[in-house]
Design a protein around this ligand. Structure first.
Ligand SMILES: [Zn+2]
Length: 318
């Protein structure tokens, strides 16, 4: 009996020790382990599941980032510094479209290569045309074979239209990600206020150009909305349609026009070969400066790109 009692006592102790060990282990794990998911507040942004956004042009990346901030991951089909009119899509673009939650394009025939790409990538993502239904300027400079029937597509170079693009981006993102809708609206309003502030500054800058010198000759026909918004006269363009070099007669006519009209400078764009503009400027005896239409300069957003454009216009024409 005594032996049996001692054995029983040993078993009791062993069980007690094991229990203490288990309690200690559990307690240690509690403090070491990350908080369980149900402990985080329900309003935490879904950082792990960002909305995958694909845009057609690099300039739209910054508009979507301004609205979406860390709720979105944005990539552009057309790489920085590439002409979107003559762009040849790659298999990687089809992949990006297939993985996208939403796609923002300009429309109005700017991305002529996009239709087949979207058809082949599958229709899962929503495609939003940012310029859809907006009042366009008809192409006056374009050749008949290139003229965009729907009107000139470069509306975002007028800040008022860029604001409309931002509103559409916020609306569409809020529809596919309702949890972020309020954030998208707040961010959009903040960015719109920044665009307004830029625009007020820009209009003051343009006043420094004598009225008779507010004349614009650009590389391709991307600036009619910009010109109209800032009270500049669009005198001519160097290439009538991207990818088509002007004939010697057309160049000679443009040189005459620049001289007759007293245009102080002409503008090239970094995505095009500058040789043509340089030749023209030499013939006409004017300066060459750069304007940005589709790709902001490195490290700049839409507003930074527009600020550079205004600075260059004032520098060239004032
Ligand atoms: Zn263009």
């Amino acid at each position: 009996m005594a032996q049996g009692e001692r054995w029983l006592e040993q078993v009791r102790r062993a069980v007690l020790l094991a229990l203490v060990a288990v309690v200690l282990l559990v307690a240690c794990n509690r403090t070491a382990a990350p908080p369980p998911p149900e402990a985080s507040p329900a309003t935490t942004p879904a950082a792990a599941k960002q909305v995958r956004v694909v845009v057609s042009l690099p300039v739209f990346v910054s508009l979507v980032e301004a609205v979406g901030a860390d709720r979105v991951r944005v990539s552009s089909l057309v790489p920085a510094g590439t002409d979107p009119h003559t762009y040849q899509p790659t298999p990687r673009d089809a992949q990006a479209l297939a993985e996208a939650d939403i796609v923002f394009v300009n429309g109005l025939g700017l991305e002529g290569w996009l239709g087949n790409l979207i058809a082949s990538a599958g229709p899962s993502a929503r495609v939003v045309e940012l310029a859809e239904g907006l009042q366009t300027i008809q192409d006056e400079q374009g050749t008949p074979e290139h003229a965009h029937e729907a009107g000139n597509p470069h509306l975002w170079l007028d800040p008022d239209y860029a604001i409309e693009y931002v509103r559409r981006i916020a609306q569409a993102l809020g529809e596919i990600d309702p949890g972020g809708a309020a954030t998208y609206q707040t961010n959009a309003e903040r960015y719109i206020a920044e665009i307004h502030a830029f625009d007020a500054w820009a209009k003051e800058q343009v006043q420094r150009i004598p009225p008779e010198r507010r004349k614009l000759v650009t590389f391709h026909d991307a600036f009619p909305y910009f010109a109209e918004h800032y009270g500049l006269e669009l005198v001519g363009v160097i290439v009538l349609s991207p990818g088509r070099e002007p004939s010697p007669q057309e160049l000679a006519q443009l040189v005459d026009l620049i001289r007759q009209q007293g245009v102080p400078a002409i503008f090239t764009e970094p995505q095009f070969n500058p040789k043509l503009a340089e030749t023209l400027a030499r013939e006409a005896g004017v300066k060459v400066l750069e304007l940005y239409s589709d790709t902001p300069p490195a490290g700049e957003d839409y507003i930074g790109m527009m600020r550079r454009n205004v600075e260059h216009v004032v520098e060239g024409l004032a």
